[in-house]
Ligand binder design. Structure first.
Ligand SMILES: [Zn+2]
Ligand SMILES: [Zn+2]
Length: 425
């Protein structure tokens, strides 16, 4: 061939054999060890040598690997997270199974103890019918497996239509307030569109092609209430929990930001419905004396907690196969349910897929790697490689890098931190 190189999305990662590629350049950590090897492995298919480059992007995970290459080379590929008992996942699976053969209570052996609850729920929805101690598929869809989204649990979609009435794209309805709120600039195949109308009930957004010298960024507020804790343990004096939470998110407006210079050109408020869902979260208390220590050092407690939350979310994909976009968080010096300073990290997927659960299992390690990443980041007071988050609803404010280091040191080495107390800042 005559091509000297190919630029591709990760579509090239699987299944396509390019033959004799000599080298690959990965633009950023692909999100999982498995994908990294897959992508690097596009070169060197034969017996010769090949070269692969990984360019670290400006985010905590990429920078962690840049400083700890052994973490990349020494690590087995990650555990894919799937929770077959998640009622959202289970409902779809039961419909598919019932379509093939009626279900009975004995099928608990395959589907777990929630089979009955979810099956009766589906009876109420008119998708299954109960007869003679068995459940039969009576749903309207000809072939229910078609409707199962294997990448996410969201069932509803929304169509993006241009001025000529053409369908541009279909997106998940739950992401619509973030991606296609009225006034949003939306990129579709390299072209800019402005959203002129969003009809959530009708499942349609209307877009008009525009030339815009700015992009838009949604502003949202998140409220998180504890439903109940499922597990609890104390790590070096810090209580940590795994449990069920109710998250309410609402896009309250958006900012217009200039492409060049990143200047904020203006803010617009929106009136969109809130989205509430239950999911699984891990959370931990920041001991009272640590909070006091932060304040005594003249540091900002809310900024420190917020920074810990961001950085820990950025590094959790190191332990669970997921994208940081699959994880949400909330930090507060005074949570409404407990009155305590707490950091929450939750599965952004309703019902949870096991990400927070994995984080709860490895919490000590997560704190350690988070501390290491934040402390060794050469920036002065926070950057995208450590404590900034690309999806922060409050535009990365407040953040206090030094307070985050103080808190994480106190969590991981309680003794050392108390010596530092009243120290020489
Ligand atoms: Zn930094
Ligand atoms: Zn934030």
């Amino acid at each position: 061939g005559e091509l000297i190189g190919v630029t591709a999305t990760n579509a090239l990662e699987l299944g396509i054999d390019v033959g004799d590629l000599d080298a690959t350049v990965l633009g950023g950590y692909p999100g999982s060890i498995a994908s990294t090897w897959q992508q690097a492995g596009r070169s060197g298919r034969g017996t010769g040598h090949a070269l692969s480059f990984l360019i670290g992007q400006d985010n905590p995970l990429d920078q962690y690997f840049m400083r700890h290459p052994e973490a990349l080379f020494g690590r087995p590929h990650e555990q894919a997270r799937c929770d077959p008992e998640n009622p959202y996942v289970l409902a779809d699976q039961l419909l598919c199974a019932a379509y093939e053969a009626p279900l009975s209570p004995e099928d608990e052996a395959f589907f777990g103890p929630r089979l009955g609850d979810v099956a009766w729920q589906l009876v109420e929805e008119g998708q299954l019918a109960a007869r003679g101690g068995r459940w039969f598929y009576v749903g309207g869809v000809r072939y229910p497996a078609e409707r199962v989204n294997i990448r996410s649990t969201s069932r509803e979609s929304l169509d993006l239509i241009d001025e000529q009435g053409r369908l541009l794209e279909t997106i998940e309805a739950v992401s619509a307030p973030y991606r296609v709120h009225p006034g949003a600039i939306y990129l579709h195949q390299g072209e800019s569109y402005r959203v002129v109308h969003l009809d959530l009930e009708g499942g349609v957004a209307r877009l008009a092609a525009v030339e815009a010298d700015y992009y838009t960024e949604p502003m949202d507020v998140t409220d998180l209430r504890i439903v109940r804790s499922i597990r609890h343990r104390t790590i070096a004096g810090t209580p940590a929990y795994l449990g069920l939470v109710r998250v309410t998110q609402q896009v309250i407006g958006y900012r217009k930001i200039a492409h060049y210079g990143q200047r904020v050109l203006g803010e617009c408020l929106l009136d969109l419905p809130a989205h509430t869902f239950e999911t699984v979260a891990l959370w931990f208390d920041i001991p009272q004396k640590v909070c006091q220590g932060v304040v005594e050092q003249g540091l900002d407690l809310p900024g420190g907690l917020h920074a810990v939350e961001h950085a820990a979310i950025g590094l959790l994909p190191l332990y669970a196969m997921c994208d940081r976009m699959d994880i949400g968080g909330l930090s507060t010096p005074n949570h409404v349910d407990t009155g305590r300073a707490q950091v929450f990290i939750y599965d952004a997927v309703p019902g949870g897929v096991g990400i927070a659960e994995r984080g709860f299992q490895v919490l000590e390690e997560l704190w350690e790697t988070t501390l290491e990443t934040v402390r060794t980041c050469p920036c002065e007071d926070g950057c995208p490689s450590c404590i900034h988050s690309p999806k922060c609803g409050s535009r990365n404010r407040p953040l206090d890098k030094e307070a985050a280091v103080y808190i994480l040191e106190a969590l991981t080495h309680p003794r050392r931190a108390s010596h530092r107390k009243g120290g020489n800042r």
